[in-house]
Design a protein around this ligand. Sequence first.
Ligand SMILES: [Zn+2]
Length: 371
Amino acid sequence: MNRDRLVKTFQELTAIDAPPFDERKMADELTARLRKLGFVVSEDRAGEYYGGTAGNLYASRQGNIPGKPLLFSTHMDTVEPSRGKKAVLHEDGRITSDGTTVLGADCMAGTAAILEALTELYEEQACCRDLELLFFIGEEKHLKGSAVFDFTKVQAEESYILDLSGPLGTAAVQAPTLIDFSITVHGKAAHAGFAPEQGVHSIKIAAEAMTRIELGRVGDSMTVNIGYIEGGVKATNIVPECCRLLGEIRSYSHEQALGEMKRIEKIFQEEAEKAGGSCEADFTVPIQAYRVQETHPCVRRFRRACERLKLPVRLVPTFGGSDQSNLARHGISGLVLASAMEQVHSCAEYTTVSGLETVTELVKLLMQDAE
Ligand SMILES: [Zn+2]
C-alpha cells in the first residue's frame, strides 16, 4: 500500500473548503481524479436546485468481474467550522486539525480510501467489479443532495456508504423513520383583564395536549420530542391567540411512526375542540426506516472482506439518517461502514494513518469480491 500517497490525498482533500452547498472545488477535484482513473463522471443540477455551487457527482466504470455494479458513496460537504482546514500528521499516526476547525475526516477519510483503492486497482491492472460512485452535496444539511438525486441511472442494487464513526468492521444495518412535525393551535385573542372569557387560550390547549403525549423514549424502538414552542404576543394582558410547536418522531417501524403522528394530531384536535379552538398539523418524512438482513449479499461480502483483514464484524442499528436512507428508498440495499473518522462534528475530530489504510484495504476487497 502506498501509505504516503494515501495520506497526501487525505491532506489535499481536507485542505479544500467544502461547506454544505459550496462544494464546487471538491466536485472539480474529484471529477478530475476520477476521470484519470477511467471513470465517466457526471454532475446533476442539485446545486442549482438548492442555490449551491455544485451538484451531486455520479461516476461509473466497467470492470472485468461479472455481476451487477457495486455502489460506493460518501458526501462532499463538511460540517462547519471547516474553512481553512489543515490536516496535521502527528508522530503517533493520528491526524487532527489545527484545533480551530473540524478535520473533515467526515467524509474525506472514506473518500481518500476510495480514491486510493481505485488507484491501486488501476496500477495493478487488478480484476474489479463494475463500479458506480456517488458523491453527494449537502449531506450535513439533512441529506438534501441525495434527496433529489435521480436514481434511475443507477444500476447497482447494493451499496457501501463510508460515513460512520466507531471501530473498523462496524456497519450500520438499520436506520429509523424520522418525522418532522409542526402543530399550530389557534385560539382567540381577548383582553386578559377585561374579558378573559371571550378568549380561547392557545397555549393552554397546547399544554393540555402535551401532558397527554408521551415524550422521550416510547417503547423500545421509538422516540418522541417536542423541541420548540412559540406562542402569544409579548403582552401579558392578552389571551394568546396562536401557538406553534415543532417536534420529531423516530422509530425503526415506519408504520409505528406514522401511527404516533396521527395519535398526536388527534390529541391536539381533541384538546382544541374542548376549548373552542382549532389546530392543524403538518409533517414531513425526511427519512424512512430500512433494515438490511444479515443474510443479504452486501452483508456477506462485508463479512468476507473483514475476515481477510481480521476485523471483528459489528452490525449495529443507528438512530440517525445517512445517504443510505435515501438509497434504500430507491431499492438499493447497503451498509454504512465505519471509515476511520472519530469525534466528528467537533474540532477534536481525528483519523489515523493505520485507520485510513485499513479502510482502503476494505474498500479494495469489496470492489474485487466476485460474489
Ligand atoms: Zn458524514
